[in-house]
Design a protein. Structure first.
Length: 234
């Protein structure tokens, strides 16, 4: 009797991106330039303000990119508490019965200054995660890293260069440079974002309904994006 193939084999999951790239046929000019070797780095794309419309471009240029899911969902836990989950499930009543919708919120980054976030919705949890990862790869930004703390002044890129602010709905975030050794003094979900961006030390101030993790992480992402709104000498 032949052994049944295991669709959850981790080795098979590792080979899936490679198989996707082997069958990749670019539809945009940017994708064709990347595949032909005219564009060799993701930094070149971001610095020139080019719009990424194919997630395969990111997989091709950053083969070691990592992803994390934000725990935006919840289900009843022991003792009446809430157990946090990566998938949010919502139901809508129809004549035929309940119809469920699954949502996921993903963070992708290379731990070296490249970060992106994305939200996906689908009829299955797996589909929602795939959509979230794809949208996050289409929403990449470059994060400048320096030693912006007067208490450290080591000259290494372990923190952010200066104070920055971000806002999403009712949540506001202020990020402050921290000296080496402080670590990420932020919530667990924001640690996923900042660590994938390659930031090692930072302080944070939060305002608003921070229990809404989607808005909290998005506000922090906006704060990182606003690091590009300042120019030297201003």
């Amino acid at each position: 009797m032949k052994p049944r193939k295991n669709s959850r084999n981790p080795e098979r999951r590792e080979r899936e991106p490679e198989n996707t790239l082997l069958n990749w046929r670019p539809k945009t000019q940017l994708g064709k330039d990347v595949l032909n070797g005219k564009i060799k780095s993701i930094q070149e794309i971001l610095e020139n303000g080019m719009k990424i419309k194919e997630s395969e471009i990111v997989d091709f240029l950053i083969p070691n990119i990592k992803s994390e899911l934000v725990l935006i969902g919840g289900r009843p836990g022991k003792g009446g508490g809430i157990e946090r989950t990566a998938i949010r499930v919502s139901a809508k009543m129809h004549r035929s019965g309940r119809r469920y919708r699954y949502s996921a919120f993903s963070i992708v980054g290379n731990q070296d200054g490249i970060i992106g976030i994305g939200k996906g919705v689908g009829k299955e949890g797996r589909i929602a995660v795939e959509k979230a990862n794809k949208k996050a790869k289409l929403n990449l930004i470059s994060v400048p890293r320096q030693c912006g703390s007067w208490e450290c002044n080591c000259g290494e890129g372990h923190s952010i260069p200066y104070r920055t602010e971000g806002k999403s709905s009712s949540v506001s975030v202020i990020l402050l440079p921290a000296p080496k050794g402080i670590g990420l003094s932020v919530s667990d979900e924001n640690k996923k974002l900042l660590s994938l961006a390659g930031i090692q030390d930072v302080w944070i101030k939060t305002f608003g309904n921070t229990k809404t993790r989607y808005n909290l992480v998005k506000a922090t992402f906006e704060a990182l994006k606003n690091l590009h709104n300042f120019k030297s000498g201003e």
